[in-house]
Design a protein around this ligand. Structure first.
Ligand code: HEC
Ligand code: HEC
Ligand code: HEC
Ligand code: HEC
Ligand code: HEC
Ligand code: HEC
Length: 396
């Protein structure tokens, strides 16, 4: 079929459009050529060439600076890239004043943006520092998978404080019936909470404060807010308040049994949970609904004879561990339930494996060497089982 007049017209139009697009990209290439030349002169310190470039392109300078600004302020740019582009814009604007007698507005504009961006970055790093401070307390976790969504609604990320919860509940209440013991593995969401799952198992107005009530949002969404401070420096702890909570959730809190009436602390200033148990100063719940803890507690002790020449042996108490956590958290995936079947290596702990699944995350840190490596040949409990370094297999 022969093309009609109107289709010829269309083709002409398309060609014009294509030329326009080509023309624009050609112009852009020319602009970036100025930029490339400017940067090259700048880095090679070629002052003569630079002044020529600035003078010859006098009419283009405002566009150049503005396009640098536009590019710099694109939301996906990193702070470093943004400041790099603004630095170039600043240099172009400065030389424009110097060699072309231009006004100061362009430079003022760039400097204003640089100042703003610097202040924003400072605030951001300060916030990061604050978050780090929060997580210094063992088991204080920031939960922030929905950070953007929260920010859009003016809510802070969530602080989950293990220490508050383990004052009233053993680990086995939550791990792993309510939460898998791995950060980020539970896809926690407000919808599930409001349906009475996850945090909502308790934060329903019956066991603890209601996550549906407007005035309670900030009690969880507290990262970076003044409400977070008591959770970080342990000032949330108040003997009378804890007694009140304990009686509400049918656990026990007995400050009168604590040495000196005070929370026992470890070397690093964090709560010593083993001492709390020894003093019978608390009695956290083992199930959520008061039913029997079916797995129970294993009473054996295992002595890990050390392969180190400078440290003492490590006494592992099944009783301490199975009072807090379920057998299935350790057996069979982390440790084979068989004497001598596992060899513990420190390097694995730093990677969050072996004993480091809990120690250094929620239980006291593996950096507190002597809290584990403290067992002499004397004072061994009766019937202690021995894990010899020479005869033991490598742990998984
Ligand atoms: C009231 C519920 C609750 C109790 C009790 C509890 N936890 Fe957790 N635990 C959580 C939540 C919530 C997370 C984070 C889950 C997530 O991010 O999806 C978590 C995560 C963890 C993690 C994962 C850390 C990581 O880096 O992946 C460890 C380890 C842990 N808990 C150990 C313990 C130990 C040990 C105890 C007892 C001393 C305990 N938890 C008691 C709720 C609880
Ligand atoms: C008991 C603690 C708790 C309380 C109280 C609470 N939240 Fe949350 N909320 C969470 C946790 C945990 C998340 C998951 C956070 C994440 O992954 O970033 C969350 C997530 C959210 C999200 C992200 C989107 C989503 O659906 O998960 C919104 C929005 C939200 N909460 C709003 C609220 C509002 C509004 C209130 C008060 C009515 C409130 N929350 C009270 C714990 C709580
Ligand atoms: C097994 C029950 C239980 C679960 C599950 C639980 N909490 Fe709690 N939580 C409590 C109790 C009890 C308290 C003590 C406060 C009270 O009830 O007065 C508490 C206290 C807190 C506090 C201390 C702040 C305050 O104002 O009292 C925060 C924060 C908190 N919970 C967040 C969470 C988040 C986030 C989750 C889920 C990731 C969660 N909790 C899951 C029972 C629970
Ligand atoms: C949570 C308990 C625990 C803590 C805390 C701990 N260790 Fe160990 N460590 C063990 C166990 C169990 C073994 C295996 C028995 C052995 O060889 O001593 C071990 C093994 C070792 C070994 C010999 C095998 C290897 O991996 O090199 C050295 C050396 C060692 N630990 C040094 C340290 C030092 C240094 C620290 C402090 C930074 C430390 N440990 C903290 C439990 C711990
Ligand atoms: C915190 C981790 C942890 C928990 C929780 C735990 N175990 Fe163990 N278990 C170990 C380690 C470590 C060994 C030592 C294995 C070796 O010598 O290589 C062990 C050894 C054993 C053994 C062989 C030695 C013995 O005691 O007879 C059995 C059986 C066993 N566990 C059963 C259980 C049962 C049942 C529970 C729950 C009531 C439980 N364990 C809870 C870590 C744990
Ligand atoms: C599933 C979590 C978990 C694992 C895995 C685990 N622990 Fe523990 N451990 C705890 C908790 C919880 C406590 C109570 C003290 C605390 O929370 O700081 C504890 C306490 C201890 C204590 C008592 C310290 C004292 O002051 O008397 C020793 C020693 C110890 N652990 C050694 C080990 C060794 C060695 C391993 C590896 C073979 C190990 N733990 C693996 C959770 C764990």
């Amino acid at each position: 079929m022969r093309p009609t007049i109107s289709s010829i017209g269309k083709i002409a139009l398309i060609i014009t459009l294509l030329v326009d697009v080509w023309h624009i990209s050609y112009l852009k290439a020319e602009e970036s050529q100025f930029r490339r030349q400017f940067i090259e002169n700048y880095t090679t310190n070629s002052l003569m060439a630079q002044s020529m470039l600035i003078k010859q392109n006098k009419d283009k300078i405002a566009d150049e600076v503005n396009s640098l600004i536009t590019e710099a302020m694109m939301p996906e740019k990193s702070y470093q890239d943004r400041m790099y582009l603004l630095d170039i814009a600043n240099a172009v604007a400065t030389m424009n004043i110097h060699w072309n007698n231009a006004g100061e507005e362009l430079l003022k504009k760039v400097e204003g943006l640089q100042k703003e961006e610097f202040a924003k970055e400072k605030k951001r790093t300060e916030e990061l520092e604050k978050l780090k401070e929060t997580e210094k307390v063992p088991g204080n976790f920031i939960i922030a998978a929905h950070k953007e969504e929260l920010a859009a609604k003016g809510l802070s990320p969530v602080i989950y404080p293990h220490w508050v919860h383990r004052s009233f509940f053993r680990c086995k209440v939550c791990h792993e019936d309510i939460f898998i013991m791995k950060r980020g593995a539970n896809e926690i969401s407000q919808t599930k909470i409001q349906e009475g799952k996850q945090c909502g198992t308790c934060h329903n107005g019956a066991i603890s404060f209601n996550a549906n009530a407007q005035e309670n949002c900030v009690r969880c969404h507290s990262a970076g807010k003044p409400e977070a401070t008591p959770l970080i420096d342990l000032s949330y702890y108040n003997p009378n308040k804890f007694k009140e909570i304990a009686s509400r959730v049918s656990s026990e809190w007995k400050p009168e049994n604590m040495p000196g009436g005070k929370l026992p602390l470890d070397k690093l200033g964090f709560i010593n949970w083993v001492e709390l148990d020894k003093a019978k100063a608390f009695n956290p719940r083992t199930t959520i609904n008061g039913s029997q803890d079916t797995e129970g507690v294993r009473e054996t002790y295992i002595l890990f004879e050390t392969s180190s020449t400078f440290l003492k042996n490590v006494l592992f108490s099944h009783k301490i561990h199975s009072t807090w956590v379920k057998c299935s958290l350790c057996h069979p995936n982390t440790f084979k339930p068989e004497l001598g079947a596992n060899r513990v290596k420190m390097i694995e702990m730093k990677d969050g494996k072996s004993c480091g699944r809990c120690h250094g995350k929620v239980a006291f840190t593996y950096s507190d060497c002597l809290r584990c490596h403290n067992q002499t040949k004397e004072n061994l409990p009766e019937g202690v089982l021995i894990n010899h370094p020479a005869t033991s297999a490598t742990s998984q």
